[in-house]
Design a protein around this ligand. Structure first.
Ligand code: BGC
Length: 451
């Protein structure tokens, strides 16, 4: 395998963590009604079924922050893969509702861990000029995972509808069990993934780092990269900069703000509550799956734009154009509801426009920026804080979206998302700095305020 192929393989293998993240978060949408009937769930228990995964994600993010600097990036990814596997089997064979909740939480831990470690590993491993597109692959994997869950849920459901076999009597079991297949593939793919050279230098294993770099870059490039990493480490040690040092304030604010505002654009409300939104528009939702598949496919395909342009035109260009499109589509969606004009094709067109703009901008770019702006010695902790903020925002939107929809109505809800996206646009134009093409070590001086 040549250098490029090897680097691509490694980054792709790690990006499968994103696929499982997407699958795990989307699979529940198809399974929930069956679980509800089978266990005769109250509204509170139903809420638990959804939030147990989220709670697990928050635990997973936190755990990664603690263990990843100690045991390394690779072992952390392997633990995440094992969590997905346990969760797939655990949910599939759960003998009681409490066991199902426990298994969902374990899957959530996997999601949380993968959401910190996969993009961070890719960001540390990719060559500077391809880092944007490689991390965007991780976002592509998330969208693929979401889509895969919709298709596999539909397939299991059709098997169950057309079969009298006991095996398919409880289709939700099969829906969860499917996750063990990509989990096993993920584990196998990880065998050939080396440890992150940046982490190895951090723990004084320069020789190992060197050996790995030689296998993925030409000799002069790997020597230069190694000496850059070592110099950055020496600089950091001489200043003993902690996460809360004033020099890191700006990147930390940027990371947290863009993470929260990514969620406050309403993405998950539209992906997961899309069929409900259509229902309140008076549109027949008997074909909820079709809606999900259209939105899911558009989300997947439009992410490819970011892969093509994140390094070429830069992160800020994608943010500017995407956020502008997001704001316009959300404002217009609001108007359709406000003026009671939701019956035509326009609502769907606007939602598709929104998804396209999300998929090539704040979807991938948020993950790219969070994982590249911090120096290596504080990266795990800083990324943990930002990713934690993102998951808390996911939870907030999940909790308050149905309430907002009911109390304020869809028009004001869309406008609220548009308002937060406008703040994101202003913030991206004024505070966020361009990072494409810079090495992670150059961020130390180019992005982090001088000490
Ligand atoms: C977000 C997820 C979202 C996904 C949709 C990711 O970047 O963090 O919350 O579900 O994009 O494509």
């Amino acid at each position: 395998m040549n250098f490029t192929k090897r680097t691509n393989y490694i980054c792709l293998a790690v990006a499968v963590g994103g696929l499982l993240f997407g699958f795990d978060t989307a699979v529940i949408s198809g399974a929930i009604s069956f679980v509800k009937t089978q266990f005769d769930l109250s509204t509170v228990s139903e809420g638990w079924l959804v939030s147990s995964g989220l709670l697990g994600s928050i635990i997973g993010v936190f755990t990664t922050g603690i263990i990843s600097d100690k045991i390394g990036r690779k072992k952390s990814i392997i633990i995440a893969a094992i969590m997905f596997l346990i969760s797939g089997f655990g949910c599939g064979f759960a003998a009681s509702f409490s066991l199902l909740i426990t298994a969902r939480m374990i899957g959530g831990i996997g999601v949380g861990m993968a959401s910190v470690i996969s993009p961070m590993y890719i960001s540390e491993f990719a060559p500077a000029d391809k880092r944007g597109r490689m991390v965007a692959f991780y976002q592509l994997a998330i969208t693929f995972g979401i889509l895969l869950a919709y298709f596999s849920n539909a397939y299991i459901l059709s098997l169950s509808n057309n079969s009298t076999s006991e095996l398919f009597a409880e289709p939700w079991r099969g829906m969860f069990l499917v996750m063990s297949v990509p989990s096993v593939i993920f584990l196998f793919m990880l065998i050939k993934v080396p440890e992150s050279p940046r982490w190895l230098v951090e723990v004084n294993k320069q020789n190992e780092a060197k050996k790995i770099l030689y296998t993925v870059r030409p000799k002069p490039a790997s020597e230069k990269e190694l000496s850059d990493i070592e110099n950055a480490k020496k600089r950091a040690e001489s200043k003993s900069v902690s996460l809360f040092h004033p020099s890191l304030r700006i990147p930390l604010i940027i990371g947290i703000v863009i993470a929260v505002l990514q969620q406050f654009s309403g993405i998950n409300a539209i992906i997961y509550y899309g069929p409900n939104i259509f229902q309140s528009a008076g549109i027949n939702t008997s074909n909820a799956l079709l809606f999900q598949v259209i939105i899911g496919s558009v989300n997947f395909l439009a992410t490819i734009i970011a892969i093509a342009y994140a390094d070429k035109y830069g992160r800020k260009f994608l943010l500017k154009t995407g956020l502008t499109g997001i704001i316009i589509s959300l404002i217009l969606c609001g108007f359709l509801f406000y003026t009671n004009n939701t019956q035509g094709i326009f609502l769907l067109v606007l939602m598709i426009a929104y998804i396209i703009c999300f998929a090539f901008s704040i979807g991938p770019v948020t993950w790219i920026i969070i994982n590249e702006i911090f120096p290596t010695h504080v990266r795990v902790k800083a990324v943990t804080v930002c990713t934690m903020a993102l998951w808390i925002a996911v939870w907030l939107v999940g909790q308050f979206f149905p309430w907002l929809l009911e109390k304020a109505g869809p028009a004001y809800t869309f406008w609220a998302f548009a308002f937060f996206s406008l703040i994101n646009l202003i913030f991206s134009l004024t505070v966020v700095k361009e990072t494409s093409g810079k090495t992670l070590e150059e961020m130390d001086t180019a992005f982090v305020a001088p000490h």
